[in-house]
Each structure stands twice: as structure tokens, then as C-alpha cells.
Design a binder for this molecule. Structure first.
Ligand code: GLA
Length: 386
């Protein structure tokens, strides 16, 4: 990111070089393991990327909010007259949803000019939305000295996404984007939000993210369907004991599923959540012991469970994962994020990385007709002022 060029673009758009905007950054995230567990009160293990969303923002004397982005041509302008309503299929719903949360807290921003630039691919399961929400939140908090804590902003951004944008996500993405720490993954208990930053020493291995580039289709509706299947499982298990969420059960309880959940689909969904929580616990333990080989095996098992029991993968993700596993130097590979498309995350011996990308790229295109993109990310810090 060339910040000089970014400032120039800001002045080209909004003029007045005498008043300098302020620069903020918020990362995207990749989840190493612990998928579809967050909204079940379970464990996740994501980390923040060095890719994300940059925001230049400046206060003005006017009463308008002006939004622009370098990613596409879609300038927007709106007056602040009480709470905002959803603007339909527009990207400014992400910042507006967050601004609404500030308004609800009695924090009324005056006129503002926003210029965004994102280098995390949109809709690829790397939390571009949480990144836009959180960069907006930290910027407003800073500019208006609102004194909000990071966890408050995480919750406000999740609320914006749930209630304003209309995507019923859990808390993992906003949390990872807010609390990321360079070269660390975040071991988060999504029930009580206790967390620990665990150093991610990869030694002679590298992280590789592969984008299926599958067009986003039914992700949101399928996501909500999975959520209700988990709710159904909890409801049925009440006959066994009072339960708040599936993560109160552990692998020793798996036999209960046969007994209390007659619907085999719902049963498999519950099984995924319970076994995935167990995998996260082990993954954190083996990572601390520098056992990346076992960590990779757990990633593989996580994908298998997401493919077979939770059914959130699809031909594109499965092709990347199952073909990827055949290649030399691959310790583990799995889908990351909501699934149905988006990206995989792999741990690959660095010496084999180039061959991995080349060979996987070929076989993926041959089998799906699509072209994959590869990223070799660094693990970065959470959202803040640059
Ligand atoms: C999306 C959601 C998260 C989480 C993952 C699946 O990224 O935004 O809250 O549920 O899917 O683990």
C-alpha cells in the first residue's frame, strides 16, 4: 500500500490539501481451525492478516457523510438525520450499520469524508466485511474520542452485520479483526470471550491461502440454515439436560446424539460442532508444543467434518483440499470461513510452496474450469490508527 498515493487520491476526491485526513487500517482474518463453532458458543483459532481495509477519514463542517472507495466506482453521500435505514445492495451498509451503533450510544458524528481501500478479496471468506466495519469503528472512536473499548467495538460491528446488513454471523470475524496480534493466532472461547494469543511459529513451513474464486451464491441462506439446524439439535437435547448451546457437550457425549436426535442431518451437524471444538483444543495444545504435523492432521480432519457432516464445502473447496493433500510438503489443508466457496488455508513446507501453488492451480482449473488465486499472508495486528 503506497500511502502517499492514497492521500493524493483523497485530495483529488475531496480537495483542501490544508486539512490532513487520518489513516486507519483494519485487517482481514483467516481461521486456522474451529469452523461454525462461534455461534454455538465454541472455540475458534483465527489470526489477523496483513491484508485488510485502509481508511482515510476527515472531519468537515458540513452535516453530510461522504463515502468513496478506490476498489470500485461507487461514491455515496448522505445526510445525518437520525438513524440510517439499510440502503439495499450497497457497500455503504457496512459503515452505515456501524455509524448507527455509534448514534444509538448517543455519539453523533458530524460531517465526515471517508475514502476506503481494501486489499483483501471481497466475499472470499477472509472477512472483508468485518474489516470495513472495524476500520470504521476504530476511526470514529478515535476521531470523536468516544472512549469505547475494543470489545465494545467488536460487538457493535457484529451487531451492524447482524441487524443492519442482515447477515447473522457469529463473533469470530470482528473479534479476530479487532484483537489480532502480529505472528499470533487467537484462541477464543466464543461463549465467554476469554482469549489467548498463541505464538504462531511455523518454522520451515508457510501459510498459503487459496481462493476458489467461486461466485458467492447461497452462502448467507445456507449459513442461516446451519444455524437453525444447530438450534434444533439444542432443542432436542433439552430432553437430556438443560443446554444453552452445543458446545456444552464434548466428545464423550456423542452417543447421546443417536438417542436424542432422530433426524440424521441434524445429528451430523451437532457431531461436527462437538468434534470441531475438541480439535481446536488439541490444535492449540500441539501448536504450543511445536507439533505442526499433528496440527496439520487436525486441519485435515476439520475439513473432512465440514465436508461430510456439516456439508458446507462443495466441489471447488473439496477439489482444492483433496488435490492439495496429494502434493508434497502439505501438512494440512482445509476450508476457512463460512464455506460454500471462498478460500482454503494450508500449511505447506516452504521449500514445496511454489510447486504446491503451480500444481494445485493446474489441477483446479482442469477439474472446475475456474482459476484459483494464491496468497502467502503474514499474520498482522488488529484494527487501529496507522
Ligand atoms: C463466517 C461468520 C463467522 C463464522 C464462520 C464459520 O465467517 O462470519 O461468524 O461463523 O463463518 O466459522
Amino acid at each position: 500500500m503506497d500511502t502517499g498515493v492514497f492521500y493524493d487520491k483523497f485530495y483529488e476526491k475531496y480537495g483542501n490539501r490544508n486539512s490532513k485526513p487520518v489513516l486507519f487500517f483494519s485487517p482481514g482474518r483467516v481461521n486456522l481451525i474451529g469452523e461454525h463453532t462461534d455461534y454455538n458458543g465454541g472455540y475458534v483459532f483465527p489470526c489477523a492478516l496483513n491484508y485488510g481495509t485502509y481508511l482515510l477519514i476527515r472531519k468537515t463542517e458540513a452535516s453530510t457523510l461522504k463515502f468513496s472507495t478506490l476498489n470500485f466506482t461507487a461514491d455515496e453521500e448522505t445526510e445525518i438525520n437520525g438513524l440510517f435505514a439499510n440502503k439495499g445492495k450497497k457497500w455503504i451498509n457496512y459503515p452505515l450499520g456501524v455509524i448507527n451503533e455509534f448514534l444509538k450510544k448517543g455519539i453523533k458524528p458530524g460531517g465526515l469524508e471517508f475514502l476506503y481501500y481494501g486489499d483483501v478479496p471481497n466475499g472470499a471468506g477472509l472477512s472483508s466485511s468485518a474489516s470495513i466495519e472495524m476500520v470504521t469503528a476504530v476511526a470514529l472512536n478515535d476521531l470523536f474520542s468516544s472512549g469505547l473499548s475494543m470489545i465494545e467495538m467488536v460487538r457493535m460491528s457484529q451487531k451492524a452485520e447482524n441487524e443492519f446488513v442482515g447477515m447473522n454471523c457469529g463473533i469470530m470475524d470482528q473479534f479476530a479483526v479487532g484483537f489480532g496480534k502480529k505472528d499470533h493466532a487467537i484462541f477464543l472461547n466464543c461463549d465467554n470471550l476469554a482469549y489467548e494469543n498463541v505464538p504462531l511459529f511455523l518454522g520451515d513451513c508457510s501459510l498459503i491461502i487459496t481462493n476458489t474464486n467461486k461466485r458467492r451464491g447461497l452462502t448467507d441462506s445456507k449459513y442461516n440454515e446451519r444455524r437453525s439446524e444447530c438450534d434444533k439439535a439444542v432443542e432436542l437435547l433439552q430432553a437430556y439436560k438443560p443446554l444453552k448451546n452445543l458446545s456444552e457437550l464434548n466428545t464423550g457425549d456423542l452417543h447421546l446424539l443417536d438417542k436424542y436426535i432422530p433426524d440424521t442431518v441434524v445429528r451430523r451437524r451437532a457431531k461436527h460442532v462437538i468434534t470441531e471444538n475438541n480439535r481446536v483444543l488439541e490444535a492449540v495444545k500441539v501448536l504450543k508444543a511445536n507439533n505442526l504435523v499433528r496440527f496439520g492432521e487436525l486441519m485435515n480432519q476439520s475439513h473432512d467434518s465440514l465436508s461430510v457432516d456439516y456439508e458446507v464445502t462443495g466441489i471447488e473447496l473439496d477439489t482444492l483440499v483433496y488435490e492439495g493433500r496429494k502434493l508434497p510438503g502439505v501438512l494440512g489443508t482445509r476450508m476457512t470461513g463460512a464455506g460454500f466457496g471462498g478460500c482454503t488455508i494450508s500449511i505447506v513446507r516452504t521449500k514445496d510452496s511454489s510447486a504446491f501453488m503451480k500444481n494445485l492451480s493446474e489441477v483446479y482449473t482442469r477439474k472446475t474450469g475456474l482459476t484459483a488465486d494464491f496468497y502467502q499472508p503474514e499474520i498482522g495486528n488488529g484494527a487501529g490508527r496507522l
